[in-house]
Write a protein that binds this ligand. Structure first.
Ligand code: 0O2
Length: 223
């Protein structure tokens, strides 16, 4: 089935993937602009790093099979919403919500779905804010709306997810051991969430102390 699709559609498929790459560039630029503006204003970068990826052809077909999505160009474009993925890694949880709001306020961004796994973690302990959005890319003769999945995580949430991902996809771990690892990972996820909140509180107190100092500094005192 996959071979058949490829024989007839290799050009459209490659073109579609190029459009997803363009959509990723657009989304990345939006975040880079926000990071730049924020760092000028507050002398601090809300974004630690951005990691983007296009889903592999193999991954696309596996997901289409699993979700019973018709293997056609339209089926794939409509049904698989994470072909273009942008992961935004922040230092603090509050930056995640601030950046998500800033993105969604922009008038060329359409929200398709929002899944808040920070407020409602997955049973595994997974935490992240997922947005499926549509953004336009401008081609020679048309404007095309493309779906992009944006995942917002703190550095600590991202670290947890990368370790858990390895355990999840290791096939040769005996069941009893895998169960124990899952329980330990779930407990690590709770500790990480507590630490993220604590770090945020520390950052806030440092900022408050700086503000107090600025108010009391002689430069600000009336002559
Ligand atoms: P990969 O290899 O990361 O691309 P759907 O995506 O529609 O099939 P669902 O449940 O609607 O399923 O999507 P969800 O759970 O909102 O987002 C799926 C993606 O989130 C995953 O992509 C992972 O990147 C991440 N994710 C979700 N749950 C977990 C988890 O428990 N552990 C880890 N480490 N990551 C998770 P893929 O496509 O599954 O895989």
């Amino acid at each position: 089935e996959m071979i058949e699709l490829l024989k007839e559609n290799i050009m459209p498929f490659n073109t579609l993937m190029a459009y997803y790459r363009c959509a990723i560039m657009e989304v990345e630029t939006k975040f880079k602009v926000l990071n730049e503006e924020f760092s000028l204003q507050y002398d601090r970068n809300p974004i630690e790093s951005i990691k983007s990826r296009i889903k592999s052809m193999d991954g696309i077909f596996k997901k289409a099979k699993k979700k019973n999505i018709p293997i056609t160009m339209e089926g794939i474009e409509e049904g698989i919403r994470d072909i273009a993925g942008v992961r935004v890694i922040c230092s603090f949880p509050e930056d995640i919500y601030m950046l998500a709001d800033c993105l969604l306020k922009q008038d060329d961004v359409v929200l398709v779905e929002r899944k808040d796994y920070i407020k409602n973690p997955k049973p595994s302990g997974y935490r992240s804010l997922h947005l499926i959005i549509e953004i336009p890319i401008f081609l020679q003769n048309e404007k095309k709306m493309m779906k992009v999945e944006v995942q917002f995580r703190t550095i600590a949430m991202d670290f947890w997810a990368s370790v858990e991902h390895k355990v999840r996809y290791k096939k040769n771990i005996p069941d009893s051991e895998a169960e124990q690892l899952a329980a330990e990972l779930s407990s690590c996820a709770d500790q990480i969430a507590a630490m993220d909140n604590k770090m945020e509180e520390i950052r806030r107190r440092i900022a408050e102390a700086e503000e107090r100092e600025a108010e009391n500094s002689p430069a600000k005192q009336p002559q």
